[in-house]
Design a protein around this ligand. Structure first.
Ligand code: SF4
Ligand code: SF4
Length: 442
């Protein structure tokens, strides 16, 4: 396996930080120590002072080679099912813009997908397989299908002798029967919710224009009280980003058992092109994120998806690892956001379909091979970025679309990613002995 010693110099208001992402190592150094590191890396002569200053870094392993991550593709043991593309909400920034569509997945398709991952899990000796419900619509809008597929996942689990894990991403607008089902059958749930009554009603209205807050609030309260594992996903627009600390305070006060508050800047696509909802400025997002994080004091984890210093990988998501997402029309896509053939990007990301004649999924190996290349090691634009093994080139659908990975040119998200990843590195620095005052020698 190829290995490498990769070091970056990242700067903040206190000066330079030497950062080895593959080893999760970081150290605050002064400029002369950074110059000594550079001389060592480029094989230039070292003075006695250089050697003294490098000794501790060597002992900590900064200069050791580390195996590079690989993009491991294997038969899927997780399926994400999109039961329907219909939805009961009209969120102003929805990427899918579900309105007139009303496809419902044929039961046969859902069952075949579940069988496929259950069988793979058995072959690969996994202790579980995962069935997730998601959508370019609201999964619980096709509730009886969701019920049938939950039951079937357990039947398949019994057949192969492995337990299924069920999870759902939902807008949380559901009746009591649906809520009871969610609590009884699902391991975990992610609820899309914009965080305050005013924002939720404005940004995520019901199809008839009325407010959705009372329904989602009730769902979140029930999940919280039931001790269920759940997270909240909020989208921030240019007009709502300033409210992030208020959103965090509201969530903490009302749903204290929420494990994760996941916030993302709205992306200008889908319905936002009609409603005019804009992506927030990176500076505002960063500043409000920090304020919200301080307010939450770790009681609820605040997450922006691309800032993840703990992660080491070549890919931001499973888009280049045969992510197995099955749409209500029986298409197999690698991307949650590219799920119908009318999307111009479908020719890359939709890589198969269910064949009712053959009663199986027929996949396109050429497309799979093309998708496997969407990894950060093929993105020269990310080569010198200290976040490259963490953010891993970010979301391919948004940043590349149909472009080859070599054309990756970053986005407004990179500024947020770098600032928030640096914050994570700074937090880890205070825990490392090398960075205690007495050792900050160089
Ligand atoms: S490519 Fe982007 S939009 Fe698609 S699944 Fe991955 S993160 Fe989501
Ligand atoms: S350049 Fe942007 S997308 Fe690439 S690794 Fe850095 S932050 Fe991520």
């Amino acid at each position: 396996m190829p290995s490498k010693c990769e070091l970056f110099v990242v700067r903040d208001e206190k000066g330079p930080i030497l950062y080895a992402p593959l080893k999760h190592l970081s150290a605050r150094l002064n400029e002369s120590a950074i110059a000594a590191v550079s001389r060592r890396l480029y094989g230039k002569p070292l003075s006695e002072e250089d050697r003294d200053c490098l000794r501790l870094l060597e002992e900590c392993g900064f200069f050791e080679e580390t195996e590079l991550p690989v993009n491991q593709v294997q038969a899927p043991v997780q399926v994400t099912l999109f039961p329907t593309d219909g939805c009961n909400l009209r969120c102003r920034y929805c990427y899918a813009g579900a309105e007139k569509r009303r496809h419902v997945m044929p039961l046969e398709v859902g069952k075949a997908a579940i069988d496929l991952v259950a069988d793979n899990a058995k072959k690969l000796n996994y202790s579980d397989f995962v069935v997730s419900f998601h959508g370019n619509g609201e999964p619980f809008f096709a509730f009886s299908l969701v019920q049938d597929l939950c039951r079937y996942a357990h039947e398949a689990g019994e057949r192969v002798g492995i337990k299924p894990k069920l999870s759902a991403a939902t807008n949380g607008v559901m009746n009591d029967e649906q809520l009871d089902w969610l609590i009884a059958w699902f391991e975990s749930a992610n609820i899309s919710f914009d965080g305050t009554e005013e924002l939720q009603n404005r940004q995520r209205p019901m199809a008839d224009g009325s407010g959705s807050f009372p329904y989602v609030h009730k769902t979140l309260k029930r999940l919280n009280d039931a001790g269920k594992s759940f997270g909240i996903r909020s989208t921030l627009t240019a007009s709502s980003v300033e409210e992030l600390p208020k959103i965090a305070a509201f969530v903490l006060e009302n749903y204290p058992r929420c494990s994760t508050l996941h916030v993302e800047p709205a992306w200008e696509a889908g319905r936002s092109l009609v409603t005019g909802e804009r992506t927030p400025e990176a500076e505002s997002f960063i500043q409000k994120f920090i304020e919200a994080e301080e307010l939450l004091q770790g009681k609820i984890r605040l997450v922006f998806s691309a800032a993840r210093a703990e992660n080491i990988s070549l890919a931001f998501c499973a888009v280049c690892r045969d992510s197995f997402v099955v749409t209500s029309e029986g298409l197999v896509t690698s991307c949650y956001e590219i799920c119908e053939m009318s999307d111009p990007r479908a020719c890359r990301y939709v890589y198969g379909a269910y064949s009712p004649e053959e009663k199986r999924f027929v996949l396109d190996d050429e497309k799979r091979a093309d998708l496997h290349r969407l990894t950060v090691d093929n993105m020269p634009g990310c080569r010198d970025c200290f976040c490259k093994y963490h953010c891993s080139g970010d979301c391919a659908a948004k940043l590349l679309g149909l472009n080859p990975p070599e054309k990756h040119a970053g986005s407004v998200r990179c500024q947020i990613t770098r600032a928030l990843t640096l914050r994570q590195i700074q937090a880890s620095l205070s825990k490392e002995p090398l960075n205690e005052e007495e050792n900050n020698h160089a």
